[in-house]
Design a protein around this ligand. Structure first.
Ligand code: FMN
Length: 254
């Protein structure tokens, strides 16, 4: 299984075996993390591995997913840093999944001491480890909004572009909120995020992490299917006020 296959077969895992992983496996994951290209250049980040096997180092909050290992990302707080962090963490998520291990993103904090030990601002963690049951499921079993709720096709597109959109829609999101919306043409995909109500503004933080996670799926699928893409932002769309959605970026195809 490669990371592309993992997009379609992964699921969040919340029950782990408290068993040590071989050091080779851990060091390979860290090496992969540190080799990932950034989505947005010029944002310093750091990955931090936390093992709760021998000593409890964090994530003791009763609402946290309990796992033997966590990998955390901290980042400089600059424009689009949450998008960048989500993008990196999802690639790591798929890489770890492809190794046969279970994963789950964790919102509830790592604890004050652990946070303070991070180089930059803590963003999000990914719990991982050996699982009790299979970390895989068929993509048809994933609970996702119907395509017609999140995608508008403005033109007839190729099956590859449909597959890329499908990969994007399968991305995990906090509370499975799926904040992404797509306007698709033959040669570009405009990406929007659903506006939260005034009361749900607190969810805006997770939303941009979710959008980065989704972008990782979208760009990885494009690469796998040999569809050339580049990311840009349209000034016109950026400055336009939409009632229910906010513009994020455009993926140029070809
Ligand atoms: C940014 C983010 C934070 C998440 N935080 C938690 C969490 O704190 N606890 C939890 O059980 N699941 C968490 N999840 C997992 C989501 O609930 C899950 O991805 C979503 O319900 C879709 O299910 P699936 O991943 O099995 O496809 C998180 C997911 C994301 C992307």
């Amino acid at each position: 299984m490669n990371t592309f296959d993992a997009i379609f077969s992964r699921k969040s895992v919340r029950h782990f075996q408290y068993e040590k992983l071989e050091w080779d496996v851990i060091s390979d994951i860290l090496e992969y993390a540190n080799s990932l290209p950034l989505l947005i250049e010029g944002i310093a980040i750091e990955f931090k591995l936390v093992s709760n096997i021998e000593a409890n180092q964090g994530f003791n909050n009763p609402f946290s997913v309990r796992a033997p290992y966590y990998i955390c990302i901290s980042s400089e707080n600059k424009e689009d840093y949450l998008l960048n962090a989500g993008y990196l963490m999802q690639q790591l998520n798929l890489y770890i999944t492809a190794k046969g291990l279970g994963t789950c993103f964790v919102l509830s904090g790592p604890g004050r001491g652990l946070k303070a030990s991070m180089k930059y601002e803590y963003v999000i963690a990914l719990a991982f480890g050996k699982t009790v049951s299979s970390p895989y499921r068929d993509s048809s079993k994933a609970k996702r909004l119907p395509e017609s709720d999140v995608v508008v096709y403005k033109e007839e597109v190729t099956p590859d572009i449909k597959q890329i959109i499908n990969a994007a829609r399968l991305a995990p999101s906090a509370y499975n909120s799926q904040p992404w919306r797509f306007v698709v043409y033959k040669n570009r995909i405009h990406i929007f995020t659903k506006k939260n109500s005034f009361l749900a503004k607190a969810l805006d933080y997770n939303k941009m992490i979710d959008m980065g996670i989704m972008l990782a799926n979208l760009l990885l699928a494009s690469e796998e299917l040999w569809v050339d893409t580049s990311l840009t932002k349209s000034d016109t769309l950026k400055n336009k006020l939409f009632q229910n959605n906010e513009y994020v970026c455009t993926v140029i195809i070809g």
